[in-house]
Design a protein. Structure first.
Length: 461
């Protein structure tokens, strides 16, 4: 009998690893016991694999650019009949959203099983770093689900429904109901806080939710919740104390093909042997791929107005097809998914940047503005690392911060959420989608609604 996603007792096992810095590796799904710390390490890696599984509508495919597709600066050079165009046109229905829901809840079910088994292990000291990471992962995966399937707390949306909270191993006959929005963000921030309060995992750790990644995502969750001072405190600690450093003008462009680059706090891995796929953002942003995510001509022109800003180099004019390429989809494209260095199929394999240090600077600027602190100091910090010959400004506005986020974080899954959480409407392609519009939230999959027997409330259209 089919079960609701969040109670699936799945554990994903990878090749044995001895340390927390073991990268997630190719995995298979099996039901198994966790009887050692090595098993626990494998379960951690396996949960990442489930969440980023190489198929459509996961956090390593279209959902990585969902808020760009629905944002004001994108357009579709081609319509290949894939999900990116449908997301951009706000036409996804409850019949289409299963993968965006399933893989995250399946990963959370794995996490809950691992946490339950971890509490029974004899060597609790050795297990503790993995337990901290599991809580951080659970907070992050719930946060992804909340941004897809529930309104943002500061958007003013009258719909105050959150998501189903999967915070433990459930009985097989359990049917979840949607929590309040407040309780949803309380769980997200609470899980991230458990990871932070542990004080563990402060070393750099590519592809994993370490201490700094938990702090980073908590700063974003606090910003979305309107906890401005908490967001500022978290972002400030990350900026001042973490081992990450802002890209310089000189290394900004080369960073997009690097793994573990200077300012990448958290990224989902996507390599030749780990989740390479046609649904990767790189294939959507290629004029020879699906070509369903380009930047608008207006956004391209806006970035080119200041050639001293290195970010103007992160978009390309492919408006003229090269000779002999009749299937070339002309347009303007972001260059943030060039493929990892040495990849055999670059368009399939670029690590997904979940959080960069530059976002912490922008969070700090916004939270500082909203608490009466010095917001300009943070924007000046970022711009000095992006604009040749930049001269500091004495003050900034919210419009300045939003525009800086557009320049810095385009193609990284942020901008529509930035608009809606600040009460702004997205205007694009004949659509005007305000923060209280039902189009800001995806429909819960029909399969889950049907299985819940009336207890799981669908999002209003």
């Amino acid at each position: 009998m089919k079960k609701l996603i969040y109670i699936l007792p799945v554990v994903v096992i990878t090749a044995a690893c001895d340390a927390l810095d073991q990268n997630p590796s190719t995995a298979v799904t099996v039901d198994t016991a966790i009887t050692s710390v090595d098993d626990l390490a494998n379960a951690v890696n396996g949960a990442y694999y489930v969440a980023t599984y190489g198929t459509a509508l996961t956090v390593a495919s279209e959902m990585a650019i969902y808020a760009d597709l629905t944002g004001p600066d994108s357009y579709q050079p081609a319509s290949s009949g894939q999900n990116a165009s449908r997301l951009a046109q706000f036409s996804m229905t409850a019949n289409d959203t299963y993968n965006a829901y399933y893989y995250l809840y399946a990963a959370i079910a794995s996490i809950n099983n691992a946490l339950e088994k971890a509490a029974l292990l004899e060597d609790q000291e050795a297990a503790a770093p993995y337990v901290a990471e599991l809580y951080a992962m659970r907070g992050l995966f719930h946060f992804h689900l909340a941004t897809y399937f529930a309104p943002i707390p500061t958007s003013g949306n009258p719909n105050r429904m959150g998501i189903v909270l999967a915070d433990k191993v459930f009985d097989v006959d359990y049917i979840g109901e949607r929590a309040s929005l407040d309780d949803t963000y309380s769980l997200i921030i609470g899980d991230l806080t458990k990871a932070v309060d542990s004080g563990l995992n402060k070393e750099r750790n590519t592809g994993h939710m370490n201490y700094w990644a938990a702090l980073a995502i908590r700063s974003r969750a606090n910003l979305y919740s309107g906890n401005w001072q908490a967001a500022l405190d978290d972002a400030s600690e990350l900026i001042e104390d973490s081992p990450y450093r802002l890209y310089t003008i000189g290394n900004y462009m080369k960073s997009w093909s690097q793994e573990g680059a200077d300012e990448v706090v958290m990224e989902y891995l996507q390599t030749d042997t780990y989740n390479p796929q046609r649904y990767a953002p790189g294939y959507y942003t290629s004029p020879e791929g699906y070509s369903e995510y380009g930047v608008s001509p207006q956004f391209y022109a806006w970035l080119q107005e200041d050639p001293s800003d290195v970010r103007s180099q992160a978009v390309a004019d492919y408006s003229v097809a090269p000779s002999g390429k009749p299937d070339y989809n002309t347009g303007y494209y972001p260059l943030k998914y060039p493929g990892n260095a040495g990849a055999s199929v670059p368009a399939y394999t670029t690590n997904i940047k979940v959080f960069r240090l530059s976002e912490a600077v922008l969070i700090a600027a916004e939270a500082a503005l909203k608490t009466g602190a010095d917001a300009a100091a943070y924007l000046n910090m970022l711009r000095r690392n992006r604009i040749q010959g930049y001269e500091d400004v004495a003050s900034v506005t919210m419009d300045d911060i939003i525009n800086e986020r557009r320049k810095e974080l385009f193609a990284e899954g942020q901008i529509a959420f930035d608009y809606w959480r600040n009460g702004l409407a997205v205007v694009k392609d004949g659509f005007t989608v305000g923060p209280q519009d039902g189009k800001t939230i995806l429909q819960i999959p029909k399969e889950e609604i049907d299985l819940a027997k009336g207890r799981l409330i669908q999002n209003p259209l």
